[in-house]
Design a protein around this ligand. Sequence first.
Ligand code: TRP
Length: 335
Amino acid sequence: MENTKPKRILSMYQSTGTFTLGNYLGALRNHIGFQNEGYECLYALADLHAITVRQEPANLRKYTLEAYAFLLAMGIDLEKTIFFIQSHVPQHPQLAWILNCYTQFGELSRMTQFKDKAQKHADNINAGLFTYPCLMAADILLYQADFVPVGADQKQHVEIARDIAERFNGLYSPTFTVPEPIIPQHGARVMSLQDPTKKMSKSDGNNNGCISVLDDADTIMRKFKRAITDSEACVRYSEEKPGVKNLMEIYSCITGKTMEEIQREFEGKGYGDFKPAVAEAVIGELRPIQERFQEIMQDKEYLRRCYKENAEKASAIAHRTVAKVMKKVGFLPED
Ligand code: TRP
């Protein structure tokens, strides 16, 4: 057998609030699974990206620490995976600056997320929001990642990272691995429980529509019982029944049951049986993670040690890439 190097996977998450059930089922659970599939994985919290939108300092600190503990509780295995906080690794903004100079105004202007966010935050269209894709390209290219698992909304950003990598490699010589996005197939696109035509989001203003991964069992049950459905009172998978479809997808994602199996399970039963069953599945899924999360949060010293050591490991890899880049660009060496 040929001795092939394991492929490297990198993904990062913004931690501007508590993760939602949508983040958990749609991304986190799938992405973290890669560490057990023979990939070399790096994960990080994108706190530098977070400040492209105004953040309350105390909240940014709190949510970053909580997100770090939550992902550990989910099972990130620090024996084989590097898991760090972006702002602890100075090579990220360092390479981002350089990549800024290899990215065109026009390219960045075409990014759909920029256009959306500029509209949403019309009072704060800062330069960071505009060059956000260059920082994200730096995140990826620093580690020579082969694959980047992302949601569909981030695919365009991985594509611009590819373009920047190819451009730089072409101008100088091969420097960066050209990354590929992977958009995990399973993993529900979880919709709001109150408006199933909209993605579940912690900022949608209607708290009952959104399950937080730290919600207690009673809260989860209450929110599912209030979920918007329809008047047919039949557990049937149909585009015309977006509320029920959403609940079925959540249930399927957690239990592994197919839509047919779910239909059969609830045949002749109404939403009065179905909604609590979905809630129970979610509660059962989150409970052990929440318990571990509480334990980890008790041990701040352990947390600090983990993120510090992991930032050092990440930085050692990132440093090699930056050194190569700086040499090629023509910066005078310090020594
Ligand atoms: N922009 C991503 C998001 O909002 C987060 C992110 C930052 C990221 N850097 C990354 C994702 C690098 C993948 C790779 O979801």
